[in-house]
Design a protein around this ligand. Structure first.
Ligand code: 48F
Length: 263
């Protein structure tokens, strides 16, 4: 016999157990778009305790819609090794490679989870924990609470490093600028804002923009271009994937040097 109360108990106990395992971690990532999921995959693969908090019901961010709802995306030649690592299919068209947007987003998600990353959906990052001018965690709330602006206090998690993978809105860098002022590692100290579409330039600049922008906070993906004032690039996703990989490398370097300096 199937008892509905057993279903309820199993789901709630399982979720709470899972959540409690993920409140004091190495790396917290805001956003399960392509850059966030790639960063999560490489961090988990290297043995780090990494958790992604995604505000929406769905994972994949802007990748799911492809270009203007044609659910295809393109990448460049140099990204093929990353795509092969995730086992995603592609076809060649002149100097571009065409991928299915849904296959790509779901492959990134499955690989991240299978390599040990945890992804929570429907949770919005609404603030950060800052101690002695370093980010030390995230402040979270259920997305529907945030969306309808109910007056319900959030809860927090602790992380040694945070990655802002929130895309065009660059929510985490924006929160820091709003709460602390012009303290970001940009030319002006503020969030410069993304420029109009220029695929070539945006793709070229995104890797350089993927770096620590405030102590404890690394920006990746479109958030990196928004923070540093580089162009958007539309439905070419090579830069997003390479930026996620670079974000993981930057975070690993930071964590290793913090470990070494504590000896
Ligand atoms: O926007 P998104 O896909 O970011 P990305 O990884 O990739 C950008 C491309 O999709 C595309 C592009 C390609 O050239 O320009 O736009 O940089 O994914 C960002 C994810 O973050 C979530 C959001 O719902 C989306 O799934 N997100 C945004 N703000 C928050 C958040 C927040 N405050 N808390 C939690 N999740």
């Amino acid at each position: 016999m199937i008892d509905e109360i057993d279903i309820t108990r199993t789901i709630i106990e399982g979720y709470v157990e899972d959540f409690l395992k993920n409140i004091d971690i190495d790396v917290a990532i805001a956003g399960a778009g392509p850059s966030g999921m790639v960063a999560a995959y490489y961090l988990a693969k290297n043995g780090y305790h990494v958790v992604v908090f995604e505000g929406k019901l769905s994972i994949g961010g802007g990748m799911l819609g492809g270009g203007m709802m044609f659910s295809k995306i393109v990448i460049q030649e140099e990204v093929i090794p990353v795509i092969d690592e995730f086992g995603i299919k592609y076809t060649k068209h002149k100097n571009l490679y065409l991928l299915d947007a849904l296959e790509t987003a779901s492959s990134l998600c499955l690989s991240a989870i299978r390599s040990g990353a945890k992804i929570f959906n429907l949770i919005t990052v609404v603030d950060v924990l800052i101690r002695d001018t370093k980010i030390e965690g995230l402040v979270l709330n259920w997305s529907p609470i945030d969306m309808i602006n109910l007056h319900i206090d959030p809860l927090s998690i602790r992380a040694k490093m945070v990655i802002d993978a929130t895309g065009h809105t660059a929510d985490i860098a924006r929160i820091i600028e709003k709460k602390i002022g012009k303290c970001l590692a940009t030319e002006t100290g503020g969030l410069i804002g993304e420029k109009s579409m220029w695929a070539e330039k945006g793709e070229r600049e995104i890797i350089g923009n993927t770096k620590e922008v405030y102590p404890g906070l690394v920006v990746t993906g479109m958030a990196a271009n928004a923070v540093f004032g580089s162009p958007r690039m539309g439905a070419i996703f090579g830069g997003m994937l390479l930026s996620g990989k670079k974000a993981a490398e930057v975070v690993i370097d930071k964590l290793k040097s913090a470990e070494n300096s504590s000896f």
